[in-house]
Each structure stands twice: as structure tokens, then as C-alpha cells.
Design a protein around this ligand. Structure first.
Ligand code: NAD
Length: 315
């Protein structure tokens, strides 16, 4: 049996996760199109094999519609988003314009042009709220979105229910945990692996924001390597993953464990300071992984690969 070749539109394909997804789709022989306004992504992240790149804002309904009409993708991987939780707190309207209305522009175009499937990048790290010690959130957990960013992602999931029942638009919702890996932006306030790697390579000190009190090991998160996130997207395309799925490891990891792992991987001496709690930070977020994802990259391996990439790329 020959594999189906898709014409895949990746929104946010110039970003961290989207660009890795483009690489994997091209490796698998698919045609790839990218829509990205380069607000947080970079043109040089987009692999040269991508057939069409359009610097387009998701909020531009006519532009999105024209791109889908002209290029006729068979599947859309909707990764493009305003991704900063704190920006969403400062500007809920701006967040909703990009993440809710921008998403609806994509789905309206998909319906109008009979796109077969949408795979949506949602957030497991933000939708479930606090996950008590000893527990892992499953997709059946009640949603407790606490930020405008999480509210928007959750709203878009519900809109996808509407587009499925009303228009027959097939979709898979992937709720990513805390994703890390090469090309992650080290300049934001999230993405602690990238931020620490960059600082440690530069010989700068790092600090551990407290979970409760300065000096503790920091917040607990579920760190998933970008390669596994990309694999989840491809499994969603094939139909192996369906419905709403956690893309996670289920392994609780403190910020201090991340710092220690990077110090080991980079073989550097580091000044690690204790800082206070950051307002708004969840204390603990750990998700039940999806068995269909199979073996996942270990934190040790993923951290070492990420550290090596930051050391080599100078980014
Ligand atoms: P990223 O910022 O690297 O990628 C987002 C991309 O979307 C960027 O290239 C950006 O330029 C583009 N974009 C933003 N607003 C746009 C707009 N209005 N029009 C067109 N393009 C726009 O972030 P990422 O970490 O690669 O995130 C990819 C997706 O995964 C996002 O939807 C994000 O919400 C989701 N997600 C990420 C994580 C994580 O830990 N990184 C966790 C959960 C969910």
C-alpha cells in the first residue's frame, strides 16, 4: 500500500514547534505550505523544501481564505498563535483576536475549501489548572483555564466541536504539555530549558522561581521533547490519534531538575540562585500521557540534545 501524500498547511510554521513539524512532513514526502506573520517566528526556521511561505496574519480573514483557496491544502496543522500567557493577561482582546478569531478564520476557510482535517495545537499545560500532587490530568478532567491564553485555546477546542458537528470538519486536538527542544525562543518568560541553556552557555547565572518559598525546587511541570510533539501531529494526520489527546510524558519535573540536567549536559559551573514565586505561575502541572504515542524521548536525552543545539547554533 502506498502512503497518501498530503498537501499540508502549517500555520505558525516559522515558529519553534511548527518549523520542526515542517521538517518532519517534508521528510515523510508531503508537500508543505506555511502561513506565519513572523511575530514570534523566524523566516530562517522555515525549511527550504517548503513549497510556499506566506507572511500572513491569521487575523486577515480574506488573506487566510485566499491562501487556502489558492493552494488547496488537504490538511491544516494549526500551530500559529500568540503564545505568551503573560501577554494574554496584559491584553486579553489582542490574544483573542489572534487565537480565537484567527483560528476561526482558518476553520472558515477550511470549510469553504473542503479541507479534510485540522490538527490543533492546544495546551495541556494551561487548560487543566493546578494538578494536585500525585495526580496526572486526563483529557476528561474538567477544564480550568485561568489565563486569557488558556480560555482562548479552550474556546477554540469547543469551536472545533461546532465545526465538526455542523460542517463535518474533521479535527484532532493535541493538548501539549511543556514543550522544549532546539529552536525554542530563549528570550521569552516561558521555555525554561531554552532560557537556562542560553544563559548557562553565556556563563550567566540562573535563578529558580519558587513553587511556594524561595529555596524550594521550583514549580513542577511535564516536559515533552519537540520531536515527540511532531510525532503526535503525524499520528493525528494518520488517524492513530483521534479526539482530544494529551501530548505529555506524565513525568513530574522541577525547575531545579531542569537546571541540574543542563549543567551536567553542558559541563559548566553555574551560579544558581533562589527567587520568589512568580505571580500567576501554576505550582504543578503533570498530564496523563497517551499510550498511542509509545516511547518518548527521555528528559536526559532531550535536554542534552537541546543544550548541544544551543551551544552549536549560537542562538
Ligand atoms: P512560537 O511562538 O515559536 O510559534 C508560534 C508561531 O505563530 C510563530 O512563528 C509566530 O510568528 C506565529 N504567529 C503568531 N501570531 C500569528 C498571527 N496572528 N498570524 C500568523 N502567525 C502568527 O511558539 P511554539 O511554542 O512553537 O507554539 C506553537 C503552538 O503550540 C502554539 O499554538 C502554542 O500555543 C502551542 N503550545 C505550545 C506549547 C509550548 O510549550 N511551546 C505548549 C502548549 C501549546
Amino acid at each position: 500500500m502506498t502512503a497518501t501524500i498530503h498537501r499540508a498547511l502549517v500555520t505558525g510554521g516559522a515558529g519553534f514547534i511548527g518549523s520542526h513539524l515542517c521538517d518532519a512532513l517534508l521528510d515523510a514526502g508531503h508537500e508543505v505550505l506555511v502561513l506565519d506573520d513572523l511575530s514570534s517566528g523566524h523566516r530562517e526556521n522555515v525549511p527550504s523544501g517548503v513549497q510556499t511561505f506566506r507572511a500572513l496574519d491569521l487575523r486577515d480573514a480574506a488573506g487566510v481564505r485566499a491562501m487556502v483557496r489558492d493552494l488547496k491544502p488537504t490538511v491544516v496543522f494549526h500551530q500559529g498563535a500568540q503564545t505568551s500567557v503573560s501577554a494574554s493577561v496584559r491584553d486579553p482582546l489582542g490574544d483573542a483576536e489572534a487565537n480565537v478569531l484567527g483560528s476561526l478564520n482558518v476553520f472558515e476557510a477550511c470549510v469553504a475549501e473542503n479541507v479534510g482535517k485540522v490538527v490543533f495545537a492546544s495546551t495541556g499545560g494551561a487548560i487543566y489548572g493546578e494538578v494536585p500532587a500525585g495526580q496526572r490530568a486526563t483529557p476528561e478532567w474538567p477544564a480550568r483555564p485561568l489565563s486569557p491564553y488558556a480560555c482562548a485555546k479552550y474556546a477554540v477546542e469547543r469551536y472545533l466541536d461546532f465545526y465538526r458537528s455542523e460542517h463535518g470538519l474533521s479535527s484532532v486536538v493535541l493538548r501539549y504539555a511543556n514543550v522544549y527542544g532546539p529552536r525554542q525562543d530563549p528570550h521569552g518568560e516561558a521555555g525554561v530549558v531554552a532560557i537556562f541553556a542560553k544563559r548557562l552557555i553565556a556563563g550567566s547565572g540562573i535563578h529558580i522561581n519558587a513553587m511556594a518559598e524561595p529555596g524550594d525546587d521550583g514549580c513542577v511541570r511535564d516536559y515533552v521533547f519537540v520531536e515527540d510533539v511532531v510525532r503526535a501531529n503525524l499520528l493525528a494526520l494518520q488517524g492513530t490519534l483521534e479526539g482530544t489527546v494529551n501530548v505529555a510524558t506524565g513525568v513530574p519535573t522541577t525547575t531545579r531538575a531542569i537546571a541540574d540536567g543542563l549543567v551536567r549536559a553542558l559541563k559548566v559551573e553555574a551560579q544558581i540562585d533562589a527567587a520568589g514565586r512568580r505571580p500567576g505561575d501554576l505550582q504543578r502541572s503533570v498530564l496523563e500521557p497517551t499510550p498511542a504515542l509509545g516511547d518518548l524521548v527521555s528528559l536526559e536525552d532531550g535536554t542534552a540534545r537541546t543544550a548541544a543545539w544551543f551551544a552549536e547554533s549560537g542562538r
